[in-house]
Design a protein around this ligand. Sequence first.
Ligand code: ACO
Length: 399
Amino acid sequence: MSSGIGNFTRRMMTMPPVETTKTPTYNPGLEGVLAGESALCQVDEGEAGLRYRGYAITDLADKSTFEEVAYLLLFGRLPARKELEEFSTQLTANWTLPGPVESFVGVVPPKVHPMDILRTGASLLGMTDPDSADNSHEANLRKSVRLLAQVPLMITTSYRFANAKRHLLPRKDLTFTENLLYLLTDRHGDRATEAMARVLDVSLILYAEHEFNASTFAARVTASTMTDLHSAITAAVGTLKGPLHGGANEAVAAMFLEIQTPDRAEEWVKNALAAKQRVMGFGHRVLKQGDARSAIVQRQAQELSGICSNPRWYEIATIIDRVMHQEKGLYPNLDFYTAVAYLLMGIPRQLYTPLFVCSRMAGWCAHVIEQQDHNRLISPRARYTGPPPRAYVPIDRRT
Ligand code: ACO
């Protein structure tokens, strides 16, 4: 009987030589590469900036709520009033954590970063989900709705537990975003909190989707093996965590807190640039001429500064913005003024990237569903840069 290796060698010897003239083109970081098709988000270099399923992000931020946008991304159209009510009811019904997840949150040491809790938590939610192994369109939608509700609760529960705050349950009379703010800040009902809830909601709308960014691409690559939705989401959470991607909003707040006062801002940025450091919250792989989302959130952050009678963070931000444009020709991305708004809300900075997760969950899940509904395994090539072919050296002859 011939061995498998023998068969393989014979097959190789009868195969035509590899076509070397058709070497795929190589773009470091996949820059400018079309890596798939999607009906979810269009990068529109005009005033809209981005469109979700055809709708301008400027209109959605002005007129819509995060719940409507999440529905749009998952179900493909803006909901009618009754559909939105049903969707909100489903979200509220899922504001609960399965027992093992609650136990996990209860034993995590207080110093663990919330993004690490979320990464492990997303995986754990997969183990406890009743549709875990079902990749059908309907099951993926059910899992997505549960994740949209469970993830904010995991963030708020673990945050309250780590900071020895009294246990609070989400309130049925509050919207998704009002609950999120209430569970993070214990605030609800006053004028400033109402304004904060709207700004937070707008930031969630803006964070919800952005075609093939790094975390979404990670989710799609994972989903393309036809593994389960939670595995894809776990990969996405780990990818978002990095400071070059979602982790930038936390890093921006760290920078503001280090600068402390507007009179120190200009010198701080110039020193950072002279030391060849990246200033977080600036630049974008695709949006090189500015990010329309940043302009929206800047306006919101400015208004909130007035309402909160706290101009300090906004003033620091505008100085950094000016210097970065003068010195590097770079524009702020979405993370920059969002950090101003979140600082004004009194949200601890370690929770900024987790808030991004709450929102981008809608986009990630919609991408996983789109990928698995029309799947083709994503499996590209690499350009080899290692040593040329060489003879094998037996172990006793190696130096
Ligand atoms: N601060 C200082 N210089 C910068 C910055 C920055 N934030 N961003 C880019 N540059 C410079 C680079 O040093 C480089 O300069 P050089 O040509 O003199 O070497 C030039 O601009 C081009 O930068 P690249 O890294 O090639 O741009 P790329 O498209 O790969 O990077 C990225 C995009 C990663 C977002 C980059 O701008 C960056 O690191 N920004 C800071 C992190 C950040 O804010 N991330 C959030 C992204 S948005 C999001 O995830 C929601």
